[in-house]
Each structure stands twice: as C-alpha cells, then as structure tokens.
Design a protein around this ligand. Structure first.
Ligand code: HEC
Ligand code: HEC
Ligand code: HEC
Ligand code: HEC
Length: 203
C-alpha cells in the first residue's frame, strides 16, 4: 500500500517532465525556409501564382521601407541607429522577426502569415489533390498556421494585429486614421486603397 502511494506521484512527475520536454522541442521544430522555396510552386500560374500577387503587395516592401527617409526619422526619435538591422524594427518588417538569416531581409513574406515552413513545404505534407482538407490538416500539424476560412477569423485577426498595432514606433502621430484602420477580417476581401491582396489557389 505504501509503495503504491509513492509510485503514483512519481509517475505524474515523470509524465509532467516528458510533456515539458516535448513542448519545448515543438517550439524549435519548425524553421523558416524563405519565400524562394514557396515560390518554386507558388510562382506557377497553374495554381494561381500567389508569389506574383505578394510581390505587388505592400508586405513585399516592408523590409526596404526600413531604409527610407521616413524610417530614418522614426528611428532617430527612438534612438535607433540602423532600423534595417535593429530588432525593434525587424520585428514587424520582415518574416520571423529578423531572427532567421534566410528571411531577415525578405519583408513580410509567406511564412510571416502561414508559419515557418521547414516541414509543411514538402509536397507530400501539404499537397493533396484528392482531398484538400487532408493536406491542410497535415500542414497545420507540421507548423502551418490555421488561418484559412471563416472559422479562423479570430486567429487571423490576432495574426494581423500582432503587427498592425497602435503601439508600433512608426504609428503616425498626427492621428492619420487611414493608417491603422486595417481591415483585419479577411485577406480574401482585402481592399484598402490600392491594396488588393487576394491570392486564391487555383486547382
Ligand atoms: C512542391 C510544391 C510546393 C511548395 C514548395 C510549397 N507549396 Fe504550398 N501548395 C502547393 C500546392 C500544389 C497546393 C495546393 C494543394 C491542394 O490543392 O491540395 C498548395 C497549397 C498551399 C496552401 C493552401 C493550403 C490549404 O489547403 O488551405 C498554402 C497556405 C500554402 N500552400 C503555402 C505554402 C507556403 C507558405 C510555402 C513555403 C513555405 C509553400 N506552400 C510551399 C505546392 C507547394
Ligand atoms: C509592432 C509592429 C511594428 C514595429 C515594431 C515597427 N513597425 Fe513600422 N510598420 C508596421 C506596420 C503594420 C506598418 C504599416 C501600417 C499601415 O500602413 O497601415 C508600418 C509602416 C512603417 C513605415 C511606413 C509608414 C509611412 O507612414 O509611410 C515606416 C517608414 C516604418 N513602419 C518604419 C519603422 C521603423 C523605423 C521601425 C523601428 C523603429 C518600425 N517601423 C517598427 C509595424 C511595425
Ligand atoms: C509580421 C508583421 C505583419 C503581419 C503579420 C501583417 N502585416 Fe500587414 N503590414 C506590415 C507592414 C510592416 C506593412 C507596411 C509595409 C510597407 O508599406 O512598407 C504592412 C502593410 C499592410 C497593408 C497596407 C497598408 C497601407 O497603408 O497601404 C495592409 C492592407 C495590410 N498590411 C494588411 C494585413 C492583414 C490583413 C494582415 C493579416 C492577415 C497583415 N497585414 C499581417 C506588417 C504585417
Ligand atoms: C499578410 C499575410 C499573408 C501573407 C504575407 C501571405 N498570405 Fe497566403 N493567406 C493569408 C490568409 C489570411 C489566407 C486565408 C484567406 C482566407 O481564408 O480567406 C491565405 C491563403 C493562402 C492560400 C490559400 C488560398 C485559397 O484559395 O484558399 C495560399 C495557397 C496562400 N495563402 C499562399 C501564400 C503564399 C505562397 C504566400 C507568399 C508568396 C502568401 N500566401 C503570403 C495570409 C497571407
């Protein structure tokens, strides 16, 4: 009887330790591979050339924006010497907060919104012509952010708001409302000024 009462708590501790270990491994399991890898397929007209649409969008300019006159002004106010290499700016102006050398200069790329692609980019993971939902499910298990569709609205909003926030150092001081009234709901319907970031899959 005495033995049993010892074994049980010990087992629980072992299980808890194992859970913590797997969780911390999970966090590092997926790495950024960069836009060029996605473009190998997503630059094809046959599936909709999402790459071309992205290239024409403001997110593709997000990194080079950090070398503009305006960026220099903003940086000066925040005592930042070089915005294009400073974490405090790269955090939102490139993929993976500038911490991966592969994506440090690409701007807000595919993986900034779809998640680090080291695992899911493989065709045998996220491509399934017979049953798209199966492919999607596998992809999400392999690191793709589940931001698709109407049911993912909340998560998508959270994603956009992780960068599109009032507290950013580059937020316009003169109450320029247009600048922060980002339509967070759907990329599908995204139409703001000249911005149209609809990038549907063609099958
Ligand atoms: C080897 C080719 C290939 C590569 C590389 C690739 N994809 Fe795909 N991807 C596809 C194809 C083909 C589909 C359509 C799958 C289908 O219709 O079932 C797709 C579908 C998707 C979807 C839609 C998933 C869904 O079902 O909603 C997303 C998002 C996506 N890819 C993002 C990416 C990103 C981001 C990368 C780079 C990290 C990438 N892909 C790399 C071929 C590729
Ligand atoms: C929390 C995320 C975040 C951080 C951190 C951030 N930015 Fe931005 N920045 C944005 C977003 C989002 C936009 C686009 C806003 C829009 O147009 O609606 C933007 C836009 C800009 C623009 C274009 C603004 C304009 O009015 O033309 C410049 C320049 C800029 N940022 C510079 C910087 C610099 C320099 C830093 C570092 C000191 C920085 N940003 C840090 C999110 C961020
Ligand atoms: C990793 C940070 C980040 C994420 C995530 C992000 N954005 Fe952005 N977004 C930016 C930055 C930075 C810019 C400014 C690019 C520039 O003009 O230099 C921008 C620009 C824009 C613009 C153009 C604004 C203008 O004034 O012309 C729109 C619209 C936009 N984003 C919508 C979205 C939506 C919708 C989402 C979510 C699905 C999203 N963004 C997610 C960083 C981000
Ligand atoms: C600013 C965030 C953002 C960026 C950057 C981005 N996407 Fe997306 N993408 C989304 C969102 C959000 C959806 C889901 C839209 C929906 O369900 O209405 C989506 C959907 C997709 C789909 C599925 C479209 C469909 O018809 O269902 C594919 C494929 C895709 N993205 C590929 C890419 C590729 C490739 C890149 C880089 C070239 C990229 N995306 C860059 C936010 C982004």
């Amino acid at each position: 009887m005495v033995r049993k009462s010892v074994i049980f708590p010990v087992l629980i501790i072992i299980i808890a330790v194992l859970l913590v270990i797997t969780a911390s491994q999970g966090r590092e399991r997926f790495q950024y591979v960069g836009n060029a890898v996605c473009a190998e397929c997503h630059g094809e007209e046959a599936i909709g050339n999402q790459m071309k649409i992205w290239l024409a969008s403001p997110h593709a300019r997000a990194f080079s924006r950090l070398s503009s006159k305006k960026a220099e002004e903003i940086a000066k106010k925040n005592c930042i010497a070089d915005p294009a290499s400073d974490k405090r700016c790269l955090k939102c102006h490139t993929t993976g907060e500038g911490q991966s050398p592969v994506t440090a200069k690409e701007g807000v790329g595919c993986e900034a919104c779809h998640g680090p692609g080291s695992e899911y980019h493989r065709p045998n993971v996220h491509v399934d012509y017979e049953n798209r939902e199966n492919g999607y499910r596998r992809a999400v298990k392999a690191g793709m952010y589940p931001i698709r569709g109407i049911r993912a609205l909340k998560l998508r909003e959270k994603l956009c708001l992780s960068c599109h926030v009032k507290t950013r150092p580059c937020f316009p001081e003169n109450g320029d409302h247009y600048k922060y009234m980002i339509p967070i709901q759907t990329v599908d319907n995204l139409q703001k000024g000249d911005v149209n970031f609809r990038h549907p899959l063609r099958r």
